[in-house]
Design a protein around this ligand. Structure first.
Ligand SMILES: Nc1nc2c(c(=O)[nH]1)N[C@H]1C(S)=C(S)[C@@H](COP(=O)(O)OP(=O)(O)OC[C@H]3O[C@@H](n4cnc5c(=O)[nH]c(N)nc54)[C@H](O)[C@@H]3O)O[C@H]1N2
Ligand SMILES: Nc1nc2c(c(=O)[nH]1)N[C@H]1C(S)=C(S)[C@@H](COP(=O)(O)OP(=O)(O)OC[C@H]3O[C@@H](n4cnc5c(=O)[nH]c(N)nc54)[C@H](O)[C@@H]3O)O[C@H]1N2
Ligand code: SF4
Ligand SMILES: [Mo]
Length: 723
């Protein structure tokens, strides 16, 4: 029997609407859904592999428990939860609630109930130690927004832009970062067709840079200087929006003074961006009406990510790129309470210095959350409050956290490590229990996660009030014993005699709700009831032309701040740094290259390499370098090299890419495994996370370490296993 169903692809954050052919209860084929009003039939090579992802032999279809000899044996989910609950109770009794931590990784986002249940569970336990991949991604976004202030009405839609600036983001590949990630290539094509211009700032001529009117190919890690230089030109030439600034913005004079030394000549010397190009970019950005600057992971992982994100907001504010009174609110939201925007700055929340204090590096809670880069330290550091138990949901610390060797040590030290995953990952191989999860087409889905991104930063989330829901499309494979992530937290809470509270409501802890019932509780109070969304299997855009941006309150005094004292101080720090040639970052120290992050089309962080159709180009992450650099080192594509930072070294396989700036190595993360597998590099790649030192070169307020623009040396290395 065959049938066609419509669903959400959850191979990545983009949530594309898909058409799923089901034959005899199995997924036969997945394609983009042409009738979907948001994605218009788009799908990528990863999404089309969902059948393979669901049925490959490597998928875990039963949970597993580590045995005394280190092997894993299947275990029934109920039995596993009994044992885990008992161990957790013992740990809480002996060490207190803070000894229990949760890490929600990338694949928590795709399952709406997963993160909600994790948070509610941690509240019930009474532990503040909840960490997410967001703090090793783009934490600068929320922190900069807290310092600068949020414009309540948000940004004008991408579709109406005349100019767009991407700083360290490559949304055509990542489907994230800077352009609404719902078929970004088409969206970019559409605005350019009617004359909109694109500016890209990146050390690599990316797929997006290829389409740009102005491409500033820069030395990595120098974005604060570049953006300061652009802001200076805009102020100097009085290209800013005087009326908007007079009414809504403070700090212009402080900013003007601080930017004084960031002349185009200084930017050229420091960042390698020609003066003429910088000035042209500034003029193009400021004089084209409408359109924003946005930043991605590249600059958040490079040093001073918060400052870069702040300068992005400064550029937008200088040019008044915020929605004004009377404009239509592009997305009044669907599965969340109705959003009514006002043309005013919101009161600024604290950026850091509140909530839980970590025991290392004087870090506190902050606008992006507790720093995941400090979680390994919290596990390793003996003493009161030490983390003894970790529950890891849809994340892969050993592959993705900065400082892999420290992460490995931490995972081994845990008294209890539980991993909720779909396969035996590098992290799962160190866990006491690996709980096998249902995949995306085996559980209901809805689009509330991307919708909530509207609050995450400028130009995020759906550009229109779109929503989709789908029920489970297929049953899990025969012989499997799988669960949904939220059911794990529910099951453990139940055994610990704790009640989970979701959206202000206690769940029935005796009769387990269905996922649909839980969804209903989660979206209670939404502008459109879930029952209405369910009527549209292809998804639907629930417009409301009557929802217009409201005028500013009469007695409103809050302003956006473009001269925040911490940020001005940091700009002063930047200008006081000595200029060093060749990528070195401390006097007397010489590193010839800088290693930068990137995304590869066929894989998604550590996911996808086990799927044959995605691995056809090889299973490793090449170290892409400029041909001139390869020639200078007498290297040929495919050669083995050793890449060394001042913290650690990894092997790499070089690949020629003329698009990469000389002196730069561009390499994807989340490859490789623990060091004992290093010799398998040609099959599993190499772990760039190992190069990062989380204890040095980190943002002192939020703990973000240097994960891009890493100073490294590179030299030819023998093939591992040979001498
Ligand atoms: N196919 C695929 N898609 C993905 C992922 C994946 O692994 N594969 N990962 C997903 C995840 S978790 C995320 S967070 C998003 C990220 O989405 P993006 O932020 O768009 O990430 P990237 O595509 O890596 O683009 C980052 C860019 O920053 C540049 N860069 C690096 N260092 C610097 C620097 O110092 N300065 C400047 N100006 N640029 C720099 C890199 O050259 C690169 O082009 O992508 C998501 N999408
Ligand atoms: N050096 C360096 N480090 C980086 C980055 C970088 O650019 N450079 N990028 C950073 C960024 S942006 C991020 S977001 C983090 C990512 O950090 P993580 O989220 O910790 O890493 P992932 O590899 O995405 O881990 C996802 C895990 O989810 C599992 N999974 C896949 N599908 C499902 C599912 O349906 N259900 C469940 N339960 N699990 C599933 C996968 O098998 C995998 O183990 O890495 C960060 N680390
Ligand atoms: S971009 Fe590809 S992987 Fe991501 S949701 Fe769309 S089809 Fe799936
Ligand atoms: Mo990410």
């Amino acid at each position: 029997m065959s049938e066609t169903q419509y669903a959400i692809c959850r191979f990545c954050h983009a949530f594309c609407g898909i058409k799923v052919d089901v034959e005899d209860g199995r997924i036969a084929k997945v394609l983009g859904d042409k009738e979907n009003p948001m994605y218009h039939g788009y799908s990528c090579i990863k999404g089309r592999q969902l059948p393979s992802q669901h049925y490959i032999p490597d998928r875990m279809i039963r949970s597993a428990k580590r045995q005394e000899n280190g092997d894993y044996a299947p275990i029934d989910n109920q039995q596993a939860m009994d044992e885990i609950a008992e161990k957790l109770q013992g740990i809480i009794d002996q060490h207190g609630p803070r000894s229990v931590a949760v890490y929600t990784g990338t694949f928590s986002f795709m399952y709406p109930a997963s993160g909600v249940a994790a948070t509610s569970f941690m509240r019930a336990v009474g532990s503040p130690m909840q960490f997410s991949s967001g703090t090793i991604d783009q934490p600068g976004k929320q922190v900069a927004m807290a310092l600068h202030g949020r414009w309540n009405a948000g940004t004008p839609p991408f579709s109406e832009a005349n100019i767009w600036m991407l700083v360290g983001a490559n949304p055509i590949v990542s489907k994230w970062g800077g352009i609404p990630p719902f078929n970004p290539a088409k969206r970019l094509h559409d605005i350019r067709k009617r004359g909109a211009k694109l500016i890209v700032i990146d050390p690599r001529r990316t797929e997006c840079a290829d389409k740009a009117e102005i491409f500033l190919q820069c030395k990595p890690g120098e974005d604060p200087t570049i953006l300061a230089g652009i802001a200076r030109v805009i102020i100097d030439e009085a290209l800013f929006d005087k009326a908007f600034l007079a009414e809504n913005v403070e700090g212009l004079e402080d900013l003007r003074k601080t930017l004084d030394k960031f002349t185009p000549e200084y930017v050229e010397k420091r960042a390698g961006v020609p003066t003429g190009q910088l000035i042209e970019a500034a003029r193009l950005f400021a004089t084209n009406p409408g359109g924003s600057a946005t930043a991605g992971t590249g600059v958040n992982m490079a040093p001073r990510g918060t400052l870069t994100e702040y300068m992005v907001l400064v550029l937008n504010t200088l040019c008044g790129r915020w929605l004004r009174e009377g404009a239509q609110v592009p997305n009044p939201l669907v599965l969340m309470p109705e959003f009514k925007g006002k043309a005013q700055a919101e009161p600024k929340p604290p950026a850091w210095g509140y909530g839980e204090k970590l025991r290392v590096r004087d870090l506190t809670d902050n606008a992006s959350g507790l720093s995941t880069a400090a979680l390994a330290d919290e596990i390793l550091l003996d003493g009161d409050g030490q983390v003894k138990a970790l529950i890891c949901v849809g994340g892969n610390p050993v592959a993705a956290w900065p400082d892999q060797l420290k992460t490995l040590e931490a995972m081994k030290k845990l008294e209890l490590c539980v991993v909720l995953d779909i396969k035996m990952t590098a992290t799962a191989k160190l866990a006491d229990y690996v709980m096998a999860q249902r995949l995306s087409l085996e559980q209901p889905g809805m689009t509330s996660p991307p919708e909530s991104l509207l609050y995450f930063g400028a130009c995020n989330g759906y550009p229109e009030p779109y929503a989709q829901y789908h029920p489970a499309i297929v049953e899990p494979p025969k012989g499997s014993n799988l669960m949904e992530e939220w059911e794990f937290f529910y099951g453990i809470a139940q055994r610990l005699g704790m009640a989970l509270k979701v959206n202000g409501e206690f769940l029935d802890m005796e009769e387990k709700p269905s996922t649909d019932e839980l969804f209903e509780i989660m979206v209670k109070g939404s502008r459109i009831p879930l029952s209405e969304v369910k009527k549209y299997p292809h998804g639907h855009i629930f417009t409301d032309p009557s929802n217009l941006v409201q005028p500013k309150d009469k007695d409103h005094t809050e302003m956006l701040d473009i001269g925040n004292s911490f940020m001005m101080e940091e700009l002063n720090d930047v200008i006081s740094e000595p200029l060093i040639d060749g990528g070195g970052y401390r006097e007397g120290e010489k590193f010839t290259h800088r290693l930068v992050s990137r995304r590869m089309h066929e894989v998604y962080n550590s996911s996808g390499r086990d799927i044959p159709a995605l691995a056809h180009n090889g299973l490793y992450n090449p170290a892409y370098m400029n041909p001139a650099d390869l020639a200078a080192l007498n290297l040929s594509p495919g050669d083995m090299v050793r890449i060394s930072s001042d913290h650690a070294s990894i092997l790499g396989i070089v690949e020629e890419e003329a698009e990469v700036l000389e002196g730069v190595i561009s390499m994807a993360h989340a490859f490789g495994d623990a060091p004992e597998h290093d010799a398998e590099i040609r099959f599993i790649g190499s772990n760039t996370g190992r190069l990062t030192n989380v204890e040095r070169d980190f943002d002192p307020h939020i703990g973000m370490p240097r994960m891009s623009a890493i100073p490294v040396n590179v030299k030819a290395a023998p093939e591992p296993g040979t001498s």
